[in-house]
Design a protein. Structure first.
Length: 177
């Protein structure tokens, strides 16, 4: 049994506040997938919390509402894969941590001389590149099993509101369930 499958870890993921964040995070990603299909050239992003999520991007309230409702319906119909998104911060964090550890490993024992460190640069670059290659599938796996949930359960959309952030357009999607 892996750590991700352990009873203790699964109990932690099932804790009410964590479960809500994971389901909202999954709905955020699913909404972004729906919007990206309709508007492939628009830049978008989001952030989830227990109360729902915020979407950033030059979109209308009607676009957000239609996409969020479609995303939720599709997830409830079994399209759980929509919860995983390549642009997720989980992927970036995984990449940063692994590349940082690889660089640290490459510099291990380099001494204090600048020349020693400079001579290790090819090794560090190679290790960091390998770490980044490994990080891509690992980040997606972490999303699927840890940071998001593709099973929304009783999650429902309560409201969608525009947030005034000056020139940046944002919408707050509030959920319950």
């Amino acid at each position: 049994m892996s750590f991700l499958e352990s009873t203790t870890f699964q109990s932690l993921l099932a804790a009410p506040v964590i479960s809500r964040i994971r389901r909202n995070h999954g709905l955020e990603h699913a909404t972004l997938h729906v919007l990206a299909k309709k508007y492939p050239q628009k830049g978008m992003g989001g952030h989830s919390n227990p109360a729902g999520f915020v979407l950033l991007g030059d979109l209308t309230l009607d676009d957000i509402q239609a996409a969020a409702e479609e995303a939720l319906a599709r997830m409830k119909a079994g399209e759980h894969h929509l919860a995983v998104h390549p642009g997720c911060g989980t992927n970036f964090a995984t990449s940063g941590v692994l590349a940082g550890f690889a660089a640290m490993l490459g510099m291990w024992g380099a001494g204090s001389r600048k020349r020693d460190k400079f001579e290790r640069l090819p090794l560090v670059a190679t290790l960091a590149t390998l770490a980044l290659m490994f990080a891509q599938p690992l980040g997606m796996t972490l999303q699927k099993h840890v940071t998001t949930s593709g099973v929304p359960g009783e999650l429902e959309i309560v409201s969608i509101q525009c947030i005034n952030l000056g020139r940046l357009k944002a919408h707050r999607i509030t959920t319950r369930g």
